[in-house]
Write a protein that binds this ligand. Structure first.
Ligand SMILES: [Fe+2]
Length: 362
């Protein structure tokens, strides 16, 4: 048995925000924009959005202080500031962090008695304010998923999942991604690759997600090296945006798997970008799947060659200092993560320890 569900209306292409101002009017009169400190101001997306909302006669306020790896604290702060504002919808603008924050805020502004911790018990809520997602990176796919990953009060990343957190509408304009520097381009592109590959190899893969995953892998194999070579190649940027969106549709069906769970502590405790931290373990996710689904692994390798070589060729290099104590906590956390059940192969404590040793700097 499998299902396919992805209810987000997607507008894709140059000036897709400005050209569709009527969509914003249809969402209501008052909007809360959630974004980060800098990039949405630098890449023109915030100006585009403001002008579009003005044309659509929508009043808006802007919260522009979402950090990378957004915390419970930030979500609480936003809800506290805007709880009495009578907003009709929430717009997440930026990378995965503002988008995921917007999802949490949309649930909490609709369900005012709930706390951020309650997001992890979806039986406690059945609706959210409408969410509009405008990604300005090409990687997370958050614009088409029901997931939001937040950092809890102990510093651990925790994802919640609810169908009410699917954005109602997403606007994807590749021009906003032109400003990304090399490191962010690589990391976000690799995040999309992880979504596609993990989803394709997941025990929850479906016939529809497989078709979409393969298309995403092909696009990334072709266009990630290109966009790293030439950051101003608009076509390559556009294809990476498409790949990211497709890979988001994949994980909306399959979830992510163990590469994500393994990468989380590297991002929250060591400041390694999410896509790099995750991709550091992607070759092993592929190798471990070889016995169970050899035809799928062969298919991936026919598109991008050996995964470890592809990752090396695009410049992935993760190396961090890890204390013995951290190592043990991370190993226990990873092998007890829900992702394990969906990941093919045998990821026991011994293997996970070896994998963290592989990225350990002495
Ligand atoms: Fe991811």
């Amino acid at each position: 048995m499998w299902r396919y569900y992805m209810p987000t209306k997607v507008f894709f292409g140059l000036d897709s925000v400005k050209q569709n101002w009527e969509i914003f009017s249809s969402l209501g009169k008052n909007a809360l924009i959630v974004t980060g400190k800098r990039s949405s101001k630098e890449n023109g997306s915030l100006d585009d959005l403001k002008a579009t909302l003005q044309k659509a006669n929508v009043n808006f306020v802007v919260f522009d202080d979402v950090e990378e790896n957004p915390s419970f604290r930030t979500v609480r702060k936003i809800v506290e500031i805007y709880v009495d504002g009578n907003y009709d919808f929430v717009i997440g603008l930026g990378g995965g962090s503002p988008l995921d924050t917007a999802k949490a805020v949309a649930v909490l502004l609709k369900n005012k008695k709930l706390k951020v911790e309650d997001l992890y018990d979806p039986s406690k809520y059945t609706d959210a304010l409408p969410i509009c997602a405008i990604p300005t990176t090409a990687g997370t796919g958050s614009e088409v998923t029901q997931y939001s990953v937040l950092t809890d009060d102990n510093g651990f990343k925790r994802g919640f999942s609810s169908d009410v957190a699917f954005p109602k509408v997403a606007f994807i304009d590749p021009k906003y991604t032109l400003m990304m520097n090399e490191g962010l381009t690589r990391s976000t592109g690799l995040d999309a690759l992880c979504h596609a590959v993990e989803g394709y190899l997941s025990r929850r893969a479906t016939p529809i997600s497989d078709v979409i995953a393969l298309q995403a892998i092909e696009l990334i194999a072709q266009y990630l090296p290109k966009v790293l070579q030439n950051p101003n190649d608009f076509e390559a940027r556009e294809k990476m945006c498409l790949a990211s969106c497709l890979a988001g549709v994949v994980i909306a069906q399959t979830s992510t798997t163990l590469a994500h769970a393994l990468g989380y502590p590297l991002s929250t405790f060591k400041d390694i970008r999410h896509g790099d931290a995750t991709a550091a373990f992607l070759d092993v996710v592929v190798d471990q799947a070889r016995n169970e689904v050899p035809e799928k692994v062969e298919k991936i390798e026919s598109i991008l060659g050996k995964m470890d070589e592809f990752l090396k060729n695009v410049g992935l290099n993760v190396s961090v200092e890890i204390s013995d104590e951290e190592l043990e906590i991370w190993v226990q956390k990873a092998i007890s993560a829900k992702h394990v059940q969906w990941t093919r192969g045998n990821f026991d404590a011994k293997l996970v320890r070896e994998l963290y040793e592989r990225v350990r700097k002495y």
